[in-house]
Design a protein around this ligand. Sequence first.
Ligand code: FAD
Length: 297
Amino acid sequence: MYPRSFHYHRAGSLEEAVSMLGQLGEGAKFLAGGQSLIPLLKLRFANPEHLVDLNFIPGTSFIKEDSGALHFGAMTRHAEIEHSALARKIPVLHDCAAGIADVQVRNRGTIGGSLAEADPSGDWTNALITLDTIVHCLGPSGARTIQLRDFIKDAYTTALAHDELVTEVEVKIPPQGSGGAYLAFKRSAPVYPSASAAVQLTLAGDVCQDAAIALGCVGLTAIRATEAETALRGNSLSDKTIATAAEAARAAADPQTDMRGSAEYKRQLVVALVKRAIQIAVRRARGEQVEGAHLYA
Ligand SMILES: Cc1cc2nc3c(=O)[nH]c(=O)nc-3n(C[C@H](O)[C@H](O)[C@H](O)COP(=O)(O)OP(=O)(O)OC[C@H]3O[C@@H](n4cnc5c(N)ncnc54)[C@H](O)[C@@H]3O)c2cc1C
């Protein structure tokens, strides 16, 4: 189906984009990579009267390191992150970017658009919530920063005002002795995961000093599996400890039965994904180079 007709506007700066959206009102939307918005327009689930295109604003696509953090411009494409040597400093980011859909979607879709969309099946929120992530925003009253955990309010709902933009995503580089992994289980490449797990660990010798575990696609937003994290913290990471954490993650999951599988099937996926992600995270924390590819049915 073709989208309903709309007026197309091209913003020349972030400030202009914000002011355009304010002037055009509730019937206007920002357009980034279009990989969520355009399908919704074509299905006529979204019918904006105006689209304000962010794609021609200079300086909005970048990856840089500064003050112990990696900074991503909102318009940075998934593929740019996938191929960035700098982003590999935080392996969870590479795992996530490289596993999103197919090459066409990765070439167009942006990190800023993904966070703004807050799709419960999207990969970025789940991967980034295990890290110290700050979302930089710009609205009519100026710039502000929001911790990612406060930015995502609900499924498809963020802390952004209607005329407020994501401008940058800042991810603190984890300390020495840290390792992470992000794994998703998918029916095929160009579909969203059936379930996913992100793990970030900090080790002191064999003992887990700190742990963050997040589950994706098994709730209305990414779920932090806090009991599973507690099962790891302060313990050496034996098979038994890892199995206990994975079972705690199963209990934290809150999946729905849908076309991707039954709720029970997804809980079982969570157990397997968390175990594997912990195992990869431990090896990476010890300095090994490990590829962590998504799993396909
Ligand atoms: C076939 C297919 C498969 C996909 N599979 C996956 C997958 O497996 N995993 C996954 O994570 N994603 C997947 N996606 C979605 C893809 O990652 C999108 O790129 C992403 O969700 C949205 O980013 P975008 O840049 O395309 O945003 P757009 O579609 O342009 O915009 C999405 C929403 O965010 C708003 N917006 C965009 N940018 C900003 C900004 N900077 N500030 C404020 N608001 C903004 C827009 O107004 C719109 O409401 C898939 C998409 C398709 C078409």
